[in-house]
Design a protein around this ligand. Sequence first.
Ligand SMILES: [Zn+2]
Length: 107
Amino acid sequence: MSWTEERIDKLKKLWGSGKTAAEIAEELGDVTRNAVIGKANRLGLSTKSAPAAQKPKKKVIPSHRACQWPIGHPGEANFHFCGDEAVPSKPYCLKHCNMAYQSKDNS
Ligand SMILES: [Zn+2]
């Protein structure tokens, strides 16, 4: 098969849309994944979106642990957890730590 202008256009579009070379090869038909990568390289398309260059996304580690203090009542539509930055080694933020541990600490 040959790279007609139409196919090259399509390759560029698909490549730009972030599809993998394998997906592009399938869309174009009658072409291998390697041929797609080779053609893309020759066209000077960004290799950033090439599958080989893709790295698994890093897990986003929250910079802080969220306060687990429940706001409202479970089952209510607006029930949620506080979500403020929790005190290290505590499940709640400072405010809710004070509420949670007040009676215990004062006894
Ligand atoms: Zn809180």
